[in-house]
Ligand binder design. Structure first.
Ligand code: C5P
Length: 226
C-alpha cells in the first residue's frame, strides 16, 4: 500500500509548511479543488520542488467527452502523476480521456470516482435510480473497460471491485483512520489493517496527519504499517 496525504489546510502557506515537514518521505500528495482554484499550477510546481512527491490532482472532472479530453490533456502537461474523473460522466467520456492521453509522452494515472461518500442511499437513488452498491459495481466495470487505471472507492468496496475487474486495477480509498482514530465527519471509516485486508492500493489520510501534534511522526508510524 502507498500513502497519500490530503493537503486540505486552509492556506497555501500552511499546505507548503506541511509538505516541507514531510519532504523526506515517498508520498502522494492530494491537491483538491479549493487549493487548485486558489493556488493553481504554481502550487503544484512548488510542491514538486520540495521533494520526491507524487501529485494526485483531485478535481473530479465531469463534462461532455470532448471537454473532458481537453482538460485531461492540459492536466497531463502540468506533470502531475494522477488525477480523477467522475465515472458517471460515462464510458464514452472516460475512453475519450484515455485516448487523448495516448498523445502525451508521460501520461498520469487516471482514476474514476464511483459514488461520492456524502450521499446516503435515498439521496443516491434520487439521482441514479439505483442502490449505491449496484451502481458502484457498474461504474467500476465501465471505468475498467474504458481502460482507466483504477477507482476512488471506500476501503470496504476495494476487494469486490478487484474481483469484478482485475487485481491490477487500482483502488484509492479515503475515509481512513489509520489506527482507529475519531472519524470526524466521515461515516464509514476503515483503519490500515482493514484497508490492507481489502487490497487497497493507496490510502488517503488528511486530518489524522495534519491535525496531529507531530505530523512527521504520524506519517512515519503509518509508513511502518503499510
Ligand atoms: O481528513 P480526512 O482523512 O477525512 O480527508 C479525506 C480526504 O479525502 C479529504 O480531502 C476528502 O475531501 C477526500 N475524499 C473523501 N471521500 C471521498 C472522496 C474524497 O473523504 N469519497
Amino acid at each position: 500500500m502507498e500513502l497519500c496525504v490530503a493537503l486540505d489546510l486552509p492556506s497555501k502557506e500552511k499546505n507548503i509548511e506541511l509538505a516541507q515537514k514531510l519532504r523526506e518521505y515517498p508520498l502522494w500528495l492530494k491537491v483538491g479543488l479549493r487549493s487548485f482554484i486558489r493556488d493553481g499550477k504554481e502550487f503544484i510546481k512548488e510542491l514538486k520542488s520540495l521533494g520526491e512527491f507524487k501529485i494526485f490532482l483531485d478535481l473530479k472532472l465531469y463534462d461532455i467527452p470532448n471537454t473532458m479530453a481537453d482538460a485531461a490533456e492540459e492536466i497531463a502537461k502540468m506533470g502531475v502523476e494522477m488525477f480523477n474523473v467522475h465515472a458517471s460522466a460515462g464510458k464514452e467520456a472516460m475512453s475519450g480521456v484515455m485516448q487523448r492521453l495516448q498523445l502525451v509522452p508521460k501520461r498520469p494515472l487516471v482514476l474514476a470516482v464511483t459514488a461520492l461518500t456524502s450521499f446516503d442511499e435515498k439521496q443516491f437513488r434520487t439521482i441514479y435510480n439505483d442502490t449505491i452498491e449496484h451502481k458502484v459495481k457498474q461504474f467500476a466495470k465501465e471505468a475498467y473497460e474504458a481502460r482507466l487505471d483504477g477507482v476512488v472507492c471506500s476501503a470496504f468496496e476495494s476487494s469486490l471491485i478487484k474481483q469484478i475487474t482485475n487485481t491490477d486495477f487500482l483502488t484509492l480509498a479515503p475515509g481512513i483512520r489509520p489506527f482507529g482514530e475519531s472519524g470526524d465527519d466521515q461515516k464509514r471509516v476503515a483503519d490500515l489493517q482493514l484497508a490492507k485486508q481489502n487490497q487497497v492500493d493507496i490510502v488517503v489520510v488528511g486530518r489524522p496527519i495534519y491535525q496531529a501534534s507531530d505530523p512527521k511522526a504520524a506519517v512515519e508510524k503509518i509508513l511502518t504499517k503499510l
